[in-house]
Write a protein that binds this ligand. Structure first.
Ligand SMILES: N[C@H](CCC[C@H](N)C(=O)O)C(=O)O
Length: 289
């Protein structure tokens, strides 16, 4: 039996396990993520996120996709971790740091009128990493990938790729409704130009300071939202001259809106909501027989 909390950030849901209360075996983690994410025999989610102690930050977050692969960062997950950590008194400040495999980030929480609930969370996601060697992807290690042609099933697409601690390939389209998310997403996710696979995003620029966004996530497929992907999309828009730094961009995702801003100092800020769906006790498959 294992206590869990199911949370979502704009419909991108994960099963959160509090390692201050539960202990898990390292060798079980990948299988457990697959088991929990299964909507028929598990709880149903886009993956599993562990919140635990850190030696060098206030808390640690580890992210596992629905296919059991471990990711180095998760924007929607960070907002949920920040909310849970504050409301469960795992941290005592409204601003604190989170250790991720993709590097440390800073989170700050905005509270409800009665001060009891976290309503909005802002995360300093750090700078986008623009060099091919950092995405990582094939090609000249110290060069950037900005509007590079890539052919998929006979059609040429123009890709801007970067890392937010995890790999992203961003494509600008004229009409988000017809973006080839499910046709092109899975092909590019596992394309051999990405040694660690990649998250694939499609963006339609809208009126000043707005964009529409869809995503095929590495290890989880189509999700309602991707926080690191939204940051990557804004960075790509700025790198390709479609948006400017130091101005809030509203990213319209299937599950709702995120406010993203690439500051002149180089860091990207993400602000948005996080919700607790339910808390409970999960019975592991091997305990059900
Ligand atoms: N699928 C991602 C991890 C989850 C990222 C996403 N859910 C977010 O909110 O940033 C990866 O393998 O890098």
């Amino acid at each position: 039996m294992m206590k869990f909390t199911k949370m979502h950030g704009l419909g991108n849901s994960y099963i959160y396990i509090n390692l201050f209360e539960e202990s898990l075996k390292e060798e079980d983690l990948s299988e457990l993520a697959i088991e929990l994410s299964d909507k028929n025999t598990g709880i149903g989610s886009d993956g599993m996120i562990l919140i635990g102690p850190s030696n060098n930050q206030d808390i640690q977050m580890r992210v596992f996709n629905a296919d059991g692969s471990e990711a180095k960062n998760c924007g929607n997950g960070l907002r949920c971790v920040a909310k849970l950590a504050f409301e469960k008194n795992l941290v005592i400040k409204k601003e604190f740091t989170v250790e991720t495999l993709g590097g440390p980030v800073k989170a700050s929480v905005e509270l409800s009128e009665d001060g009891q609930q976290v309503k909005l969370i802002s995360v300093d996601m750090g700078p986008p990493r623009l060099l091919k060697k950092d995405v990582p992807m094939e090609g000249k290690p110290d060069s950037k990938t900005i509007e590079e042609a890539v052919e998929v099933s006979g059609t040429t697409y123009y890709m801007t790729a970067l890392s937010m601690g995890n790999p992203h390939a961003v494509f600008f389209v004229d009409e988000i409704e017809t973006a080839p998310v499910e046709r092109v997403g899975p092909i590019l996710e596992k394309h051999n130009m990405f040694p660690e696979s990649a998250n694939i995003e499609f963006v339609e620029m809208a009126a000043e300071g707005n964009m529409h966004f869809r995503v095929w996530e590495r290890g989880s497929g189509v999700t309602q939202a991707c926080g690191t992907g939204a940051c990557a999309a804004v960075a790509a828009a700025i790198l390709t001259g479609r948006a400017q730094k130091d101005i809030d961009v509203t990213v319209h995702l299937l599950g709702g809106d995120l406010r993203i801003r690439w500051e002149e100092d180089g860091n990207i800020w993400m602000t948005g909501p996080a919700e607790i769906i339910c808390e409970g006790v999960y019975i592991r498959k091997e305990q059900r027989k």
